[in-house]
Design a protein around this ligand. Structure first.
Ligand code: ATP
Length: 233
């Protein structure tokens, strides 16, 4: 079976500093993988490089196509969905409009997608007419997630989705991520809090100083390996 996502030797340099150093990975259709590592390990840079949000060198193939030269919106059009760090929503727009503007051009399909997201997040359904700035932080994160789903992605990239959320809301959000993964959408989730991500991902990629230190099933992950990735020198 061909991989849905295949990344080879991906590197990102910011003003002379190497943030991502030759990262390679493959992800099958429908697979969920956690990207773990300490603050500054390169998790965000990896997701952004896959999306084309930062200049990067290396190979990015998606659904068999070399997308490395495509601008971000074309990669999104191919089936990449992104939930950025820090809940980006249009604060002055209603919840429903936030979803609508991120949707497909076909009206019927768009209405179905909004209904699907409201079923996944009943809080958003209840506040559909409210301006997004009136939502709690957790609800804004759910809206940001809903916006990414509106494009019907084949692969969802989530950057620190639980950051700043209460344990209850984080659990709710991860249950929703799991529900989406169960429908066959592949998921790449970057997290600093390993426990949460590992609860939904059978496989983890550990990054340290921009390099892959481990890629494999979560069951084989020892506390020592995790500790070294986060705190090792
Ligand atoms: P965090 O959890 O803090 O987001 P991360 O694992 O996602 O960490 P990155 O944000 O990818 O890590 O950062 C990797 C390295 O690149 C860090 O040393 C960071 O300081 C640096 N970096 C990230 N963005 C920029 C930027 N725009 N300009 C310069 N350096 C940057």
């Amino acid at each position: 079976m061909t991989a849905l996502l295949s990344v080879e030797g991906l590197s990102v340099v910011y003003g002379g500093a190497l943030a991502l150093d030759g990262v390679s990975l493959t992800l099958a259709a429908g697979e969920t993988m956690a990207v773990l590592g300490a603050n500054g390990a390169g998790k965000s840079s990896l997701l952004k490089a896959i999306l084309g949000l930062v200049p990067a060198s290396g190979v990015v193939r998606f659904a068999g196509e070399d997308v490395a030269a495509l601008p971000t919106e074309r990669r999104v059009g191919r089936g990449l969905g992104y939930v950025p760090e820090g809940r980006r929503v249009f604060a002055g727009m209603s919840v429903r409009d936030n979803l609508e503007v991120a949707g497909l051009s076909d009206r019927r399909a768009r209405a179905q997608d909004v209904a699907r997201i409201f079923a996944l997040f009943p809080d958003l359904a209840r506040k559909s007419g409210e301006a997004a700035w009136r939502l709690s932080g957790g609800q804004q994160q759910m809206l940001s997630f809903g916006r990414a789903l509106m494009g019907r992605p084949r692969l969802l990239l989530l950057d620190e989705p639980s950051l700043g959320l209460s344990p209850k809301l984080a659990a709710e959000l991860f249950a929703a991520i799991q529900a989406v993964a169960n429908t066959g959408t592949a998921v790449l989730v970057a997290e600093q809090s390993a426990a949460r991500a590992l609860s939904i991902a059978p496989r983890a990629l550990l990054l340290r100083l921009g390099r892959v230190v481990r890629d494999g099933p979560v069951g084989d992950l020892s506390a020592t390996v995790l500790h070294d990735a986060f705190f090792g020198l």
